[in-house]
Design a protein around this ligand. Structure first.
Ligand SMILES: [Zn+2]
Length: 464
């Protein structure tokens, strides 16, 4: 029998109920304030000693409207106005920081919201791991995007302002960039691109494009982090280690702070520019991806456009109609294509999931069976290597120029109690001094605790 797993708390969804209250309702103070003020006249009027000229059946509804409205609904409405004002101000200051064309990397601007959970879709990592079929059914659907649309929110950033940079679309065209990514990039991003292509409506596609952008930012970042971690470990004191350690320390700061979000990844990638320029061999092809040319934005430039759109949507300015979604997609899709195009170097540093490793006494090395976690098809191709070092089973590795490097603690395969299946997850956050790590599923965005990996994240270079 499977053990009972308590459901994972849903992320708080702002203005999700009647636009005034946050979901889930029981965690919103404004909701309870309204409930209390509606209950007050119901409880107090019948017990009141003060004589009234009107009967109770008039007094009570009047009291409910008066108290509930003034002290419950009105504060919630004022909060909504305040949130909209704060968001507009944040948008303005963000534009002032970047007076030049959109798409420039933004340094130090934290994302304004947490990434939204992705839509749940079938995922068959368990096939690769040959798990019993009863663990393979899919869990309940999660809300696709928790922030509901507020149709009255003024459009602060007109669509026309987001210009499509020349060269973003490339000559390859949509289907080429997408099908290449689905064929040969690491599974999480290949799968995210498949969801883009399978979207039924422009609005679904709009969300899938932004999700794919975030997934790509994470996949590039954790791949780079695994390679840097090896340099920090093996090249202690060397020039490379001196650059790799502060880079990992910056990532650790996000993990022990508010968590690694879309903006964390793009800012972190932009910050690696100096390092990869000095040491291009560190991650082959990565320097070219980060290079901003006049006619061709860097991978970070492309991803930042998608990130800004994520923030915009998260603050209530999602496309309201099919037409608007189509219009915005026309601007966003080339940026996803451009980012995928520039991320092709990932093909040469494939992700592997180890299946088994056995010692070969005659040759004094290890025969390692792996699954190649590349492409959108979940029946990952089996590949056997002979390595001089043993590796752990059921762990993700990136096959770098110098051999296999563990993607832990950045990526892990974890069983999601919500979906009842194994999911590919990335590290999201952990406690500063102690406590488990929280991982997020690439597929569903579910939070999954990983007890032992908290220490590993805190063990990254850098001060506590
Ligand atoms: Zn899940």
């Amino acid at each position: 029998m499977a053990m009972y797993q308590p459901p994972i708390p849903r992320p708080k969804r702002r203005n999700a109920v009647l636009r005034l209250y946050d979901g889930p309702l029981y965690r919103d103070w404004a909701f309870w304030l309204t409930v209390a003020n509606v209950a007050l006249p119901i409880v107090s009027l019948p017990a009141s000693e003060v004589p009234s000229s009107s009967p109770l059946w008039v007094d009570i509804p009047l009291g409910i409207v008066l108290f509930g409205g003034t002290f419950g609904v009105l504060p919630a409405w004022l909060r909504l106005l305040f949130r909209r004002w704060r968001w507009r101000r944040a948008q303005r200051s963000q534009q002032e920081v970047r007076p030049d064309a959109p798409g420039r990397p933004t340094h130090g601007t934290a994302p304004l919201v947490q990434p939204a959970p992705r839509s749940t879709a079938p995922h068959r990592l368990q096939d690769a791991l040959e798990l019993p079929a009863d663990r393979a059914h899919h869990g309940p659907q999660v809300p696709e995007f928790p922030w509901h649309v507020a149709p009255t929110v003024p459009q602060v950033m007109p669509v026309a302002q987001v210009t499509v940079p020349p060269g973003a679309a490339h000559s390859s065209g949509s289907s080429d960039a997408f099908s290449a990514a689905r064929r040969s990039l690491p599974h999480p991003i290949a799968r995210a691109v498949r969801i883009v292509q399978q979207a039924h409506t422009p609005r679904d596609e709009y969300e899938a494009v932004i999700d794919a952008g975030e997934t790509l930012a994470i996949v590039i970042s954790v791949t780079a982090a695994a390679l840097l971690k090896d340099h920090a470990r093996t090249g202690s004191g060397s020039d490379t280690a001196l650059l790799a350690e502060p880079a990992l320390a910056r990532l650790k700061q996000a993990y022990v702070g508010s968590g690694a979000m879309f903006g964390t990844w793009t800012n972190w990638l932009a910050s690696l520019n100096a390092l990869v320029t000095a040491h291009p061999a560190l991650i082959p092809g990565f320097r070219e991806a980060l290079e901003s040319r006049p006619d061709e934005p860097s991978v970070v430039d492309h991803l930042n456009v998608l990130r800004n759109e994520r923030n915009r949507a998260a603050h209530g300015d999602k496309p309201h109609t099919r037409q608007e979604a189509t219009l915005r997609l026309a601007t966003l899709r080339p940026h996803l294509e451009g980012a995928l195009h520039r991320a092709r170097f990932l093909e040469d540093v494939p992700w592997l999931l180890t299946v088994s490793s056995s010692y070969q006494p005659r040759t004094d090395n290890f025969a390692v069976v792996t699954r190649r976690v590349m492409g959108d098809h979940p029946d990952f191709e089996k590949q056997t290597f002979t390595w001089s070092r043993p590796v752990a089973d059921e762990m993700f590795y990136v096959l770098g120029p110098s051999g296999p490097l563990s993607l832990s603690p950045f990526v892990a395969s974890r069983f999601c109690g919500h979906c009842r299946q194994l999911e590919v997850c990335y590290a999201y956050k952990t406690g500063k001094r102690q406590g488990p790590a929280t991982f997020k599923s690439f597929d569903s965005g579910h939070d999954i605790p990983a007890d032992e990996l908290g220490d590993d994240l805190r063990g990254l270079p850098g001060r506590d």
